[in-house]
Design a protein around this ligand. Structure first.
Ligand SMILES: Cc1cc2nc3c(=O)[nH]c(=O)nc-3n(C[C@H](O)[C@H](O)[C@H](O)COP(=O)(O)OP(=O)(O)OC[C@H]3O[C@@H](n4cnc5c(N)ncnc54)[C@H](O)[C@@H]3O)c2cc1C
Length: 231
């Protein structure tokens, strides 16, 4: 056990109630299992009650250099929700639903199950955009982070394309609510370096557009023989 990890664990015990920390193998193993074929067992599972606690956990993780992974329903297929470090779950009450503008918008907390959002909207003949096959289980936190899509919504109504706004906590504990212009202006001032780096990354991506084009041509040329062998 590294000294950083020991100090991190001690600090978690000082900060959180015992019933929020799972250290026994059975629960680490079961919470650490998702729908992918990857297997990693977290060293610790933490259940978070509110934003303050999340900020505290982010602070400890930074201080002791410990990676955190959030988990919603764990239906990801590519190992997004597994870790051999710390797995972070939200307690059951992060599930508020608020319908706005006669169902044209809906505000959802990250613990809301996708199907429950649709149930709330159905009297208004509305639904959320993403319609993944796992919608009866998966939760908004995972739906948004994965940019989940589905058989009918395609890319036009996937998560990113139907988001009107989002409240995010960054690893430094700061909160950005894109629906609040004052908060956005403040964030722009306090996170100038991050935004500048993102802008550079965005410009680089645009500049490498030719690579993307080349990549798609390669894919097409690979698909043809596969299709032929299927016939
Ligand atoms: C049978 C089946 C069918 C599926 N069909 C589809 C489909 O049609 N379309 C599709 O797109 N996907 C599909 N999936 C994949 C998966 O179900 C979706 O991507 C789903 O939206 C993931 O949600 P989740 O709640 O399970 O998230 P999780 O798997 O728990 O997490 C997903 C990601 O979100 C992050 N995360 C979770 N909560 C938060 C949070 N509060 N804040 C920040 N990050 C967070 C996690 O770290 C992880 O990276 C399918 C999966 C299965 C098993």
């Amino acid at each position: 056990m590294s000294s950083d990890w020991k100090f991190f664990l001690d600090a978690c015990h000082e900060t959180f109630d015992d019933n929020q920390l799972f250290e026994d193998y059975a629960r680490r193993f079961s919470f650490g299992t998702d729908a992918s074929f990857y297997r990693l067992v977290p060293k610790l599972v933490v259940k978070i009650s509110d934003e303050n606690q999340l900020a505290q956990l982010f602070g400890l993780a930074q201080q002791f250099n410990v990676p955190l992974t959030l988990r919603a329903a764990g239906t990801s297929l590519s190992g997004q929700a597994v870790t051999d470090s710390v797995l972070v779950l939200l307690r059951a009450h992060w599930n508020q639903i608020k319908i706005l503008e006669a169902g044209n918008k809906i505000t959802l907390q990250p613990g809301v199950i996708g199907a429950d959002a649709n149930k709330a909207l159905s009297p208004l003949n509305r639904k959320i955009g993403p319609d993944q096959a796992s919608i009866n289980t998966c939760k908004i936190g995972g739906i948004v982070a994965n940019n989940a899509s589905g058989m009918c919504c395609g890319t036009a109504h996937n998560s990113y394309n139907t988001l009107a706004g989002i409240r995010i906590m960054f690893a430094d504990g700061s909160v950005l609510d894109t629906r609040d212009p004052t908060n956005v202006a403040c964030f722009r001032l306090t996170h100038q370096h991050l935004l500048a780096e993102l802008e550079t990354l965005g410009n680089l991506t645009k500049k490498t557009f030719n690579w993307l084009k080349k990549f798609s041509i390669n894919i097409e040329s690979r698909i043809l023989p596969v299709t032929a062998s299927m016939l």
